[in-house]
Write a new protein. Structure first.
Length: 116
């Protein structure tokens, strides 16, 4: 793993964690629809990046003034089980990539010391 791949992954998981935290923070907001982050693998082993951040849209209702008023009184669609599970995944992936960067740096330092 190269350092660029690790840094790209750290950025992606940091943003995904922020989106999950935003969803959790709005669990009691009427009509709130959580957002989802889609990650994609970069070519040439350069890690992951954010492909898309999209609001979940679980129903297809016609937009009208009456519907918009009803929407505001509906409970949040945030699923705390899903959010917390993904937050744990984010944390573990972030820590794994951070550790890979540390090991890479240590190995580079040892090689430089041996060559000096």
């Amino acid at each position: 793993m190269n350092v660029i791949a690790g840094v790209n992954a750290l950025r992606a998981y940091d943003i995904r964690q922020q989106v999950n935290a935003h969803n959790v923070a709005n669990v009691n907001t009427d009509g709130f629809k959580p957002s989802r982050v889609t990650l994609e693998e970069l070519q040439n082993q350069n890690g992951s990046r954010i492909q898309e951040i999209k609001k979940e849209d679980n129903d297809l209702r016609a937009a009208s003034t009456i519907e918009n008023e009803r929407e505001q009184k509906r409970p949040s669609e945030t699923d705390l089980t899903q959010e917390f599970t993904q937050m744990i995944e984010n944390k573990n992936a972030y820590n794994a990539n951070a550790q890979a960067i540390r090991v890479n740096e240590q190995m580079s330092g040892e090689i430089i010391n041996k060559l000096a």
